[in-house]
Design a protein around this ligand. Structure first.
Ligand code: 4AD
Ligand code: MG
Length: 477
């Protein structure tokens, strides 16, 4: 089936030549105009038929949702709304569609409705634009690290260490759930399970990436991670993708520099390479915004927001500075936060993060040096003994997009911290060995891929930037 993609057809201006095109029918108007899309671009192609020349039974099959092949000549369009159109010479229906029952009608559907039709929503202009941008971002991420000579590594998806401390995990087991084998204490006997121990889906590839950084130097993972938290928000998925670079001989500052350069570089790439899809989503957002109350409208449209982020430096401040801003702001004093900012050491909620980014600084923010009590065991203790070398990057509309730190490379301090948190050394014996044999200062971070895609596409719900979202009570498809 030799054919040309619509994106290529329109970009190369193959005017006055005939081509084969394959795609799906979006609309059929006036017995003459078939609008088709093949997934290669947000632009539909208008194909004009002379219906007098088409037999009745074929005409009946030209319905929204059907797949079609067309052979015809690309000409300048007479009508408004498109520059070019195809003058159809030959037309075949490949797969018929029942127009009355096809869920994706040529009208506006709500995103909630489309989530229930996740197998077909990719046929809409919005979802195809989002997914093309998602793909371009993926490519840009690999390109960024490969150019810097980082090595791409694949860390395990099934993990045997239950001490990663990044949230609740999904158990992986082949034991019979109705009658699991019990040990003498009447507990489930995981030594009889498939791996001879308790195993889970990974929440992060970091600990294993650290091992590889301490041999390869600079590495990154880009894979699925799983969290069994019951967070039903527009920014949480139970299965999401994370990019985790890990670098030997990096301190926290170098880590922040890399993270900032990384985000700016990949957003620049899509501004350059995805202009059609970004324009489409930009228009969409402007229209959506018009239906919102004034105070909820975004001050910048999508493209302005992306340009703003790539052209301005991120604001960096430590936890204590951020805490003071929040504690003393009038919103806090008027008790307008759900969680009042009172005591140093508290964890910031997303309302606080968004206040810093959207109201106070009006740009992406990096908060670093967090209180030791609210951060993971592996983060490097600062000299003040009260804070660790952690950093979170906060984005407008999203909140936390990156979490990272310098890692504790000193064996005795790491052991002490694990003891305090009751993490058994035997669970992480290999992680401790990395500190016994040639330990070095090292750092890394994790970027939530879907949160990045959300930011880049302006989609307000994270469920709409991954093909088949997994969230509490939802693993359909
Ligand atoms: O801050 P987190 O939990 O950090 C880690 O997992 C570290 N091990 C990363 C590292 O240093 N290598 O998660 C990192 C990022 C968050 O900033 C957020 O963008 C995203 O992952 N994230 C989620 N995205 C979607 N759904 C969820 N449930 C997420 N939880 C975290
Ligand atoms: Mg975090």
């Amino acid at each position: 089936m030799e054919g040309i993609k619509i994106a290529e057809l329109l970009s190369k201006k193959n005017l006055n030549k005939s081509h084969f095109i394959y795609g799906w029918i979006k609309t059929f108007r006036g017995n003459r105009f078939i609008s088709i899309n093949d997934g290669s671009t947000s632009q539909n192609l208008q194909c004009v038929i002379e219906y007098e020349k088409i037999n009745e039974s074929l005409l009946k099959k030209i319905n929204t949702g059907a797949s079609i092949s067309i052979y015809g000549e690309l000409i300048e369009s007479q009508g408004k709304g498109q520059k070019f159109e195809i003058k159809v010479k030959e037309l075949k229906i490949i797969g018929e569609s029942d127009p009355d029952n096809y869920p994706i009608q040529p009208k506006k559907h709500s995103l909630e409705f489309l989530r229930e039709k996740a197998h077909l929503r990719i046929r809409t202009s919005t979802f195809s634009s989002v997914m093309r941008i998602r793909s371009a971002l993926s490519f840009a991420i690999h390109e960024f690290f490969q150019k810097k000579k980082f090595f791409y590594i694949n860390t395990p998806i099934i993990t045997g260490s239950d001490a990663e401390g990044a949230g609740e995990m999904f158990r992986v087991s082949t034991l019979d759930p109705t009658s699991p084998i019990l040990d003498e204490k009447n507990q489930i006997d995981f030594s009889k399970d498939f791996f001879g121990k308790e195993t889970n889906l990974t929440v992060s590839g970091q600990l294993e990436a650290e091992a590889y950084a301490l041999g390869l130097g600079e590495v990154y993972t880009f894979g699925p991670t799983f969290r069994a938290e019951n967070s039903n928000t527009s920014r949480h998925l139970s299965e999401f993708w994370m990019i985790e670079p890990e670098m030997a001989f990096y301190n926290l500052e170098k880590n922040m520099d890399l993270a900032e350069e990384f985000i700016i570089s990949i957003l620049n790439k899509i501004l350059k390479n995805c202009s059609d899809d970004l324009s489409f989503l930009n228009e969409r957002q402007i229209k959506e915004d018009k239906n919102k109350p004034l105070q909820e409208r975004s001050p910048m449209n999508l493209i302005e927001k992306l340009n703003f982020v790539v052209k301005n430096k991120f604001k960096r401040l430590n936890y204590s500075e951020a805490f003071n801003i929040l504690k003393n702001c009038s919103k806090n004093k008027k008790n307008k936060f759900k969680f009042k900012v009172e005591n140093w050491g508290m964890d910031f909620q997303s309302e606080h993060e968004r206040f810093l980014v959207e109201k106070h600084f009006k740009c992406p923010v990096i908060v670093f040096d967090y209180p030791v009590e609210i951060k993971a065991f592996y983060m490097r203790l600062n000299d003040d003994k009260k804070t660790v070398g952690a950093m979170d990057i906060l984005f407008p509309g999203i909140g936390e997009i990156v979490g990272g730190s310098q890692r504790e490379e000193r064996l005795d301090i790491l052991q002490k911290r694990m003891k305090e948190l009751k993490i058994e050394e035997k669970e992480l014996w290999w992680y401790l060995e990395l500190r016994k044999f040639g330990s070095v200062p090292h750092s890394g971070f994790g970027l939530g891929f879907e949160r990045l895609v959300q930011f880049a596409t302006g989609m307000s719900n994270i469920r709409d930037v991954i093909p088949f979202p997994r969230t509490p009570q939802n693993a359909n498809f």
